[in-house]
Design a protein. Structure first.
Length: 285
């Protein structure tokens, strides 16, 4: 599955700097990018990038969610449900809004800025579960490992400090670096933003924890073999959740928004998505 180009929707009268940024976002985020491309280099094993699943081995085979360790608050499809009952709990009978997003995508940043508070208000009122489905495939396009590092950090929060997940997600989206800065934010800055959002310092320190992880890679003869690479602790889950999006959806664009499984074609008009969601919750009774 690939992302698909869509037209820019910069509002008339905005400064040209913003318009340029939105055009850059389209080029960066909405052109064809294989979702399975979770690695960015060609050096396997412990000589790899020490962050991503497979260490950046281009031959890596994406793992299945059933085969990796997920954060405590994650569901079985690579998402983090958020309901009135808390992070990690899907409300029974709730309307469900799925948000597929990459933390390095400027359109995802725009979506978060436009709808995060309003959606959380609806969640608090009951009847709505928002499932954040973090993807990390833009590393392969922009270079570096920023998307994986951020999603891994979010996974640590979802595992050990889930009550702070929404605040950390919002803080990291707001601080998103430009896509031409391939290094992204340093790990120290990601941790600082998380601590400011309420995450205990000892939890933030685990954002950079690593482990030697086995993975499968394709071989020249068309088979596969097991290799080992050092990666961030939740990098296997990051890769599996990213791959799962390609299995779940006919087409993935970032962000992709579903309301009860139905894609929302245009969320850019202010209030349009929250109106749609509020009506769905009211109709559900």
């Amino acid at each position: 599955m690939t992302t698909t180009p869509t037209p820019a929707r910069a509002r008339a009268g905005r400064p040209s700097r913003v318009a340029r940024a939105l055009r850059a976002a389209l080029v960066a985020c909405l052109v064809a990018v294989p979702l399975a491309a979770c690695g960015g280099g060609d050096a396997p094993s412990d000589d790899g990038d020490q962050v991503t699943y497979g260490g950046g081995d281009e031959a890596v085979v994406a793992p299945a969610l059933a085969d990796v360790t997920a954060p405590a608050a994650a569901d079985d499809r690579g998402g983090i449900p958020i309901s009135a009952a808390g992070v990690g709990v899907a409300g029974e009978g709730d309307v469900v809004v799925d948000v597929y997003a990459d933390p390095w995508c400027p359109w995802c940043q725009r979506f978060d800025a436009q709808y995060s508070d309003a959606l959380m208000d609806l969640v608090d009122q009951g009847g709505l579960t928002v499932v954040h489905r973090p993807l990390a495939f833009l590393d392969a396009r922009f270079g570096g490992t920023y998307s994986t590092r951020v999603v891994n950090a979010l996974a640590v929060v979802a595992d050990e400090s889930p009550e702070h997940y929404v605040a950390v997600l919002h803080a990291l989206m707001a601080a998103q670096p430009p896509t031409d800065e391939t290094a992204g934010l340093p790990d120290e800055e990601i941790a600082r933003l998380a601590v400011e959002a309420g995450v205990p310092a000892d939890v933030a320190e685990r954002f950079t924890a690593v482990a030697a992880t086995p993975y499968r890679a394709t071989t020249a003869d068309g088979g596969t073999e097991e290799r080992t690479a050092t990666s961030r602790v939740f990098a296997p889950w990051v890769a599996a959740a990213t791959h799962q999006a390609a299995l779940d959806l006919d087409e993935v664009r970032v962000p992709t928004i579903l309301v009860d499984g139905v894609p929302v074609d245009d969320w850019t008009e202010p209030g349009s998505l929250t109106d749609l969601v509020a009506a769905a919750v009211a109709a559900r009774g």
